[in-house]
Design a protein around this ligand. Sequence first.
Ligand code: AMP
Length: 284
Amino acid sequence: MLFCSDIPPLRAWRAQVRRASQRVALVPTMGALHQGHLALVGLARQLADRVVLSVFVNPLQFGPAEDLARYPRDLDRDRRLADESGVDLLFAPAEEAMYPPGSEIRVHGGATAARWEGAVRPGHFDGVLTVVTKLFHLVEPEVAVFGQKDIQQATLIRRLARDFDLPVAIAVGPTVREADGLALSSRNAYLSPAGRREGLGLIQALRAAARRWSEGEHRADRLAAVLQETLAGFPGLTPDYIAIVDPERFEPVTEARVGTIVALAARVGSTRLIDNHILGTELP
Ligand code: AMP
């Protein structure tokens, strides 16, 4: 596996891969790699000849009161895991390589980026869209792979590619979970054993709503009540939002159909957890 912390060697590698007519898949991450990230690498390997994994804790997508400084970082471990999982090139740029002094142009999301995660975390998606645009220009992947766990993000990146005519296909891999259903997240490392038990409220709520929906309850307000009741059984969990929305614009729906997204965010102490379910799909 090649390791690049700067842009010129990445560009040189890309030019060589292009000459060999090989397809490249990109998996962008903020590191602290877990099985969720590695599953995306597995999917990327199926979709292209060469896989680039990026590890960059992007300061632009963190709000001033968020966890940028304490976000878990372990590049040596990430490097080993990436190598073992068949990554061809690990791109882990320094902040100055991505945002040299004077860099000021930003990609600004629209209405979809202002809802839910965007409402709770103002500016978050502009930071994500800006860094992903840069990564797409640097790596020039034929396909980029994102996780369903961050479903609003994946949707916005699809829109980014479409609205800016970027020649990249967007693939979305399913959420990888612990045996008890907790969605893997780098932020789970912040949870105490008691906090982790509270975190299970999200999957429990999604399961309860999915069950009620498959029994025939399609009214979104009633499903929202089921989610709320389940979350209320986890007193250590403070919900940020309960969203039952269409998969394109993330606007609230009144009738929940196949493909409608149920998305949740909640805090356990200062740790934010998110999860979601697409109605009509499997939920373990
Ligand atoms: P992050 O490092 O948290 O920015 O995530 C990098 C990528 O991994 C994003 O596309 C996430 O949606 C995806 N991801 C994070 N957690 C999971 C998970 N549990 N299962 C699948 N993909 C995930």
